[in-house]
Every structure is written in structure tokens, then in C-alpha cells.
Design a protein around this ligand. Structure first.
Ligand SMILES: [Zn+2]
Ligand SMILES: [Zn+2]
Length: 751
């Protein structure tokens, strides 16, 4: 009995303390509070005060007055970026100076203090209060949740905070509005956030700056030696600079100093390689790179010289350079200078389906990040979070999204550029969900990523949420359990989009649409999320995948897909916008041909230096299914039957389980009832040769993705058997072909 009563007493005391110390900011449409900012407070602090007032107004219907100056203060008060006797208070509360984005939220008596560093500390204090204490959310530019409060309460609080990364950029066109960035606490470098709203992480220029430093237009004619020597020729376009040329160093240094003078607020200057390859192979550059075991040798040697000069005049400025594609591997002995920052890119060869840790395809990247972390004074990451060839393809990479940011934090990364779909009107697959979850993880990577996904889906999709969550589970379960790896340039054929999965996904979206059919706002969101499933069905339709979509159903699905796209203004399908949505629609509508999907195949044979297409191997001289031949690495290979049911794409990477260089053959015979002409469509990844009745009728050395009918060939055929022999080479990435009869099938038997 005594114990019980004592417990009761303690409980009552806690309640008393808590009740006394909590702040009631608004109650039943009234508030005794005023917001105070300093006389002459920076614009961003004024903005922060207005932001707080406006959000409280929307949550409670009460507008708190904003007062300037703290000489005569009426309590209770909210002090933003200032306080009476501020330095004494800070001495007690936060003796160390605030970081640029660090804040303190503190209650004392009935007053609330939101203090912080410049430029964004106070602003992030306000946003953190709204987000973490009162549940405000800015999921997308139009899905904002500001809870209604009759009584707005804040418990006694003392909380400091700052972001996990100093640079946080979520680069999806759907989430670039300054207001979204501010509310989700990203400090992007592109698309300017005005200084009056906190400004951004200042980088200039953005990326790929060699030709901005030494423009070919000005220098190439008079000084070709400033530019890359590529295959024995100086090249002033789509290549790089001769980085060991001392004139180039001098010109680039002058330009970098000019950039610094012209952009006083910027303290990161970018000196980095152009996109693509074309590095200099002159003797000096090559010798240096050979000795360093990487092209990053000549790059860092060049950047370091400029960094030395800049350090003398502008010690506050950092030089940023890429470790990207051909320069991803660090040099053997050259170290970046103290004022050089490395921006390491997790480019195309890695796996986006799985987290960095735990997937064998990503293992080499872990090594890279460890190598650069060991030598880089500051390390930034550029990572890719969408499919750049098919913005509308289902891309289940959330296992990585929710895990990798934490991995980066734990490997010493200071900032992240998260690149996603970038289009005029937005609309990449689940871009807003991806963007929001990434922004939260960049602020604090120790959050539960799955909980964030579920929260977004619940709040943004309303009663359709259960179906969307099932859809996400369906796709992620598939790539997890079947160990399907894909990268930022994946093709819908990569493995997770089987007829079964796409069929189930389609059912889920049919139910999702039904669940919100009477709410036009929710329906538009659900339909935007549905587009990738419709896209997949249409994509496979063009690839001979009638199991995904048959001729009878196609027009309705295409109309639905284009109807959503037109309503939402979506026009772009991929990063380079090679084919816009209307071209895709035309392509679907014009799909024709009978795809041949049962072949004898043999391979892989060697493809030395990518010359295997020209090399004559036995299948060009004989067809004997009982014989064994010598293939790549001395392996015994023979003719085998490869039949594809679900699509017209004959996928050699899967059939041969081989993605290294190689060549392979496919052979079939067409039985004609009479002499005639046949029109055939061929698509290949990569180069292709085609023989009909032992006559070479197509010869194309090329590196590309395969699409149906990339080449169209018309040839005579004879009554009886006509042989078809294809040879396809592999120089990395995907490998396979399409073959279809476009016209003349009436001459054929059994087609
Ligand atoms: Zn050179
Ligand atoms: Zn993987």
C-alpha cells in the first residue's frame, strides 16, 4: 500500500512540473504570444519569423504579431534569432559558436527561444520546431500537411540540431521549388534559393568545367596542344584538356581566380573533367597516368597546381573536382591538397537495386569510397537515384535510398548530390516520394527509412495507400529474393518486370484508382504513380511481349497512358530526351511484325579489342549441332536452343550468363511456300551481322541499346528453306537482339 501511494505522489509531482513548464501558445483562437526579432535582423531571420507566424496561423487561425527589437518585451514571447541579454544566455546555453546551419530551440519559463547560426541555423530551428514538434510536413509542392490545433502546446524543450551533411541536394525536377527545399531542409546548389530565404550551398560552376576554363572556341585553332590528344589527334570537342601543358594550367588558374572574384558568396569552385571520355594521351599525360595507375593522376596533378595558387589569394575557397567514370580510381601517390574536395560519383557500373553494403556488384565501390576517404580532405558523393534511360520504368531502389545515406555518413562523406529525373514538367517514376525520403535521410540518416516511405504513401495517396504500399513491396521483394541487379541505365528487360509482376502491379493500381475515384486530387496522384506500370506494358508491347498487352487491349492502355501524360504535362521519357512521349506513343501505335523468338544459338566466342564482329568463327562456315567448338577462355561451346516466351528480345546476357566482351551467333531457317521478298527488322546490342542464305545482307558495328527494327532489311527469298544467321557482339552492358518479319510473311510457312 505504501509503495502504491508513493508512486501516485511522484506521478502527481511529474504532472505538476510538466503542466507548469509546458507552453500553451494558442488556445481556442487566442494567443498571448508575440514573436520578437532584432532590430535590423537579417532578411532570413525576418523570413523565419514570418514562416512561423504563417504556419501557426494556418494551424490555429491565430496570427501572432511580429515585433522588432527586444528593449521592451511583453511576455510570454517567442524570440527568433535574438533575446534580451542574448550573450549571457548563450554563455549558459550554447557557449560554442553556432555552426552555419545549427540551431537551439529552448523554452524558459513561458518564453520560447529559437536561436542559431548564419545563414540557415535560425530558419532550420523554426522548420525543425514545426516539423518535429507539431507534425507539419511538406511532402510535395502540393501535398502539405499542417495539422489543425485548437490548442497549440509545446512541452518544456531544450534541443539543438544540425544536418548530418553540410551539402544536401535532391535533384529531381519535381522537388526543386525553393519553398520545398527550405521546408525539407535541403540546401541545393542549383536553382537558386534566395539569400532572403536562407540561400544555398554555393558552388560555381556546377560541373564539367574543363572547356569553361580553357574554351576550345578561343584556343583550339591557335593552340591545339592545349587539348586532349585522342588516337593521335588533338581534339577540341567532346574530350578533355592536356592537363600537363603548363600554359593550360596558367589559363585555367586565371579563369578560376576570375570566377572567385565574380562570385563573392561562393566558396566552392569547380575544376573538373568534362562529361564523357577523351582524356589526353600525349606522352607526358600518359606517363603520369601510367605511373599513378589512373587518369585521376593527371587530373589531381593539374587541380593541385591551381589549388596552390588559389590558397595564396583565397584561403577560404575550396576547389572541387570529380572522381568520375575514367577517374574514379584514386592515384597511387598524388594526394589532393588541403583545399581540394573530391566529388566521387557512383556511376553506371554499380547496382541500384540493392544497398551498397551486401550486394556483390557494389563491393568495388566500397573499396573506392574507402580509398578516397583515406586521402581526401573533404569527400562529397554524387549518386544516382533513377533510371536515366527510362524515367518512367518501375525502379525499385528504395532499399538503397533508405540505407546508403547512412553508409555515406559513416564513411566520412560531407555532402551528397542525389541525382534523379530531370524534366521540364517532372513526372519521373515516384520522383516525389524518392525526393522526400532522400531529403529526410540527408538531414538525419538514422531515421527509419521504411517508416518514412509508409508515412509519405499514407498521407499523399489517402485511401489508395494500401495498394501503393503493396506495389512497392511487390517490386522490392522481387529484386531482393531473385537477386536482380540493375543500374541507372537499366532496361525493362533487366529481370524484375516479369509478366506476373506487371500483371499484379496493374491489378493493384486498378484497385488504387477505384479507391480514390471520387477525389480528383488523389486520383491524379495515383495515376501519376500508375504511369510506369502502363509504360512497362506498352514498352513490352513494342518488343513483341504480347503476354503483357495484346493487340485488342493496346489502344485503351495507350489512350489511358497518354491521357494521364497530357493532363499532367509529362513529355519526357529519358535524360537525353532521345524520344519524347509522343514519339513513344507513335512507336506503340505503329508496332508491327512477327518476332522470331526460338533460335539455335552458340557463344560466346572471343571478341579481342572489340574486333570479334569481323573475326570469322566456325558458325559462319558450318552448322553442326553435334559439334563442340572453343569459345571465350577456352570453354567448350555448342549450339543450343534458346526460346523466349514473354518478349521478342533474345537476351544473351541471361542466356550465356556473360557480360564481358564476346560474340555469339543465332540461327534459324524460314520455310517459304514460294519465291518472294521479305522485309525484316533487326535490333541489336551491340554490333550486328546478318546473313540470309549465306549472303551477308547487314553489317553494322555499333554500340547501343537494342530496340526493335533499328535496321530494316529487304531481301529476296526462295521457295523451300531459307537460312538466317545473326552475329551479335558484346562490348559491355546489355547484349542481345530483336528479329522480326515486317513484311512478306505470307510467303512463309509456320509463321
Ligand atoms: Zn596531354
Ligand atoms: Zn545488386
Amino acid at each position: 500500500m505504501r509503495i502504491q501511494s508513493r508512486l501516485f505522489l511522484i506521478g502527481a509531482l511529474i504532472c505538476l512540473v510538466a503542466c507548469e513548464s509546458k507552453l500553451t501558445l494558442v488556445d481556442s483562437g487566442k494567443s498571448p504570444y508575440r514573436i520578437y526579432i532584432a532590430e535590423g535582423a537579417p532578411e532570413v531571420v525576418q523570413f523565419s519569423a514570418r514562416e512561423l507566424r504563417q504556419t501557426i496561423l494556418e494551424m490555429t487561425g491565430v496570427a501572432l504579431p511580429i515585433k522588432t527589437g527586444v528593449d521592451s518585451v511583453a511576455t510570454p514571447a517567442i524570440f527568433i534569432g535574438t533575446a534580451p541579454g542574448l550573450s549571457d544566455k548563450l554563455q549558459a546555453w550554447h557557449p560554442e559558436p553556432f555552426g552555419d546551419e545549427e540551431f537551439l530551440i529552448k523554452t524558459e519559463g513561458k518564453s520560447l527561444y529559437i536561436l542559431g547560426g548564419e545563414p540557415r541555423g535560425v530558419l532550420y530551428g523554426v522548420i525543425s520546431l514545426l516539423t518535429e514538434e507539431w507534425g507539419c510536413r511538406w511532402y510535395t509542392t502540393d501535398a502539405v500537411k499542417l495539422p489543425d490545433y485548437e490548442k497549440l502546446i509545446l512541452p518544456a524543450l531544450e534541443k539543438t540540431g544540425q544536418p548530418a551533411f553540410e551539402y544536401r541536394e535532391v535533384f529531381f525536377s519535381d522537388v526543386m521549388e525553393p519553398a520545398w527545399c527550405i521546408h525539407n531542409r535541403t540546401n541545393r546548389s542549383l536553382k537558386v534559393i534566395p539569400d532572403s530565404m536562407g540561400g544555398q550551398f554555393g558552388i560555381y560552376p556546377f560541373v564539367h568545367t574543363f572547356y569553361s576554363l580553357v574554351p576550345p572556341d578561343i584556343y583550339f585553332k591557335s593552340n591545339p596542344a592545349y587539348f586532349s590528344l585522342v588516337n593521335g589527334k588533338r581534339q577540341g570537342h567532346e574530350a578533355q584538356l592536356c592537363l600537363t601543358n603548363q600554359d593550360v594550367v596558367a589559363i585555367a588558374t586565371r579563369q578560376a581566380l576570375k570566377w572567385i572574384d565574380e562570385h563573392p558568396g561562393v566558396n566552392v569552385i569547380t575544376i573538373d573533367q568534362n562529361d564523357g571520355g577523351g582524356w589526353c594521351q600525349c606522352e607526358q599525360c600518359r606517363t603520369l597516368d601510367d605511373a599513378q595507375g589512373s587518369q585521376s593522376g593527371s587530373i589531381l596533378n593539374f587541380v593541385n597546381q591551381i589549388a596552390d595558387t588559389i590558397a595564396r589569394y583565397h584561403p577560404e575557397v575550396t576547389i572541387q573536382t570529380l572522381a568520375y567514370y575514367y577517374s574514379e580510381k584514386p592515384p597511387a601517390t598524388i594526394l589532393p591538397r588541403k583545399n581540394v574536395m573530391i566529388r566521387l560519383c557512383r556511376y553506371a557500373e554499380y547496382c541500384d537495386a540493392h544497398p551498397i553494403e551486401g550486394c556483390k556488384v557494389n563491393k568495388p565501390f566500397i573499396e573506392r569510397i574507402e580509398q578516397w576517404h583515406a586521402i581526401a580532405p573533404k569527400l562529397m558523393i554524387w549518386d544516382y537515384y533513377t533510371d536515366f534511360r527510362h524515367y518512367l520504368m518501375p525502379f525499385p531502389n528504395f532499399d538503397g535510398v533508405t540505407h546508403d545515406i547512412r553508409f555515406y555518413k559513416e564513411h566520412g562523406v560531407a555532402g551528397i548530390f542525389a541525382q534523379g529525373s530531370y524534366t521540364k514538367h517532372g513526372g519521373g517514376e515516384l520522383a516525389e516520394l524518392r525526393g522526400w525520403v532522400l531529403a529526410q535521410m540527408l538531414w538525419n540518416p538514422y531515421q527509419n527509412g521504411q517508416a518514412l516511405i509508409e508515412e509519405f504513401v499514407r498521407e499523399v495517396y489517402g485511401s489508395a495507400a494500401p495498394y501503393l504500399l503493396d506495389y512497392l513491396t511487390l517490386l522490392h521483394h522481387k529484386v531482393r529474393t531473385d537477386s536482380i541487379h540493375f543500374n541507372m541505365y537499366a532496361d525493362p528487360h533487366v529481370g524484375h518486370l516479369t509478366p506476373d509482376i506487371v500483371g499484379k502491379a496493374n491489378q493493384l493500381f486498378t484497385l488504387a484508382e477505384k479507391a480514390v475515384e471520387n477525389d480528383s486530387v488523389l486520383l491524379a496522384r495515383v495515376q501519376l504513380a500508375y504511369m510506369p506500370v502502363l509504360f512497362t506494358k506498352l514498352y513490352f508491347y513494342t518488343a513483341g511481349g504480347k503476354i503483357y498487352l495484346n493487340d485488342a487491349e493496346m489502344p485503351a492502355v495507350l489512350d489511358k497512358f497518354m491521357g494521364i501524360a497530357n493532363r499532367l504535362g509529362i513529355t519526357q521519357l529519358d535524360e537525353s530526351n532521345r524520344g519524347d512521349l509522343h514519339a513513344f506513343s507513335e512507336n506503340v501505335r505503329k508496332t508491327k511484325g512477327i518476332f522470331l523468338t526460338k533460335w539455335w544459338v552458340i557463344g560466346p566466342f572471343d571478341n579481342p579489342d572489340g574486333n570479334g564482329l569481323k573475326e570469322v568463327y566456325a558458325p559462319e562456315c558450318e552448322f553442326d549441332t553435334l559439334k563442340t567448338y572453343t569459345g571465350c577462355n577456352g570453354a567448350d561451346i555448342d549450339w543450343r536452343i534458346y526460346e523466349r516466351i514473354s518478349t521478342g528480345y533474345m537476351d544473351f546476357t541471361k542466356f550465356f550468363n556473360h557480360s564481358e566482351y564476346g560474340v555469339a551467333y543465332a540461327r534459324t531457317a524460314l520455310e517459304a511456300a514460294e519465291d518472294g521478298t521479305l522485309q525484316m527488322g533487326v535490333g541489336s546490342n551491340d554490333g550486328v551481322r546478318l546473313w540470309i542464305n549465306d549472303q551477308l545482307v547487314l553489317d553494322k558495328a555499333v554500340t547501343r541499346l537494342a530496340l526493335p527494327n533499328q535496321e530494316i532489311v529487304t531481301v529476296p527469298i526462295k521457295k523451300g528453306e531459307n537460312t538466317v544467321l545473326l552475329k551479335i557482339d558484346q562490348v559491355g552492358g546489355g547484349w542481345g537482339f530483336y528479329f522480326s518479319i515486317l513484311d512478306g510473311s505470307a510467303h512463309l510457312k509456320g509463321i
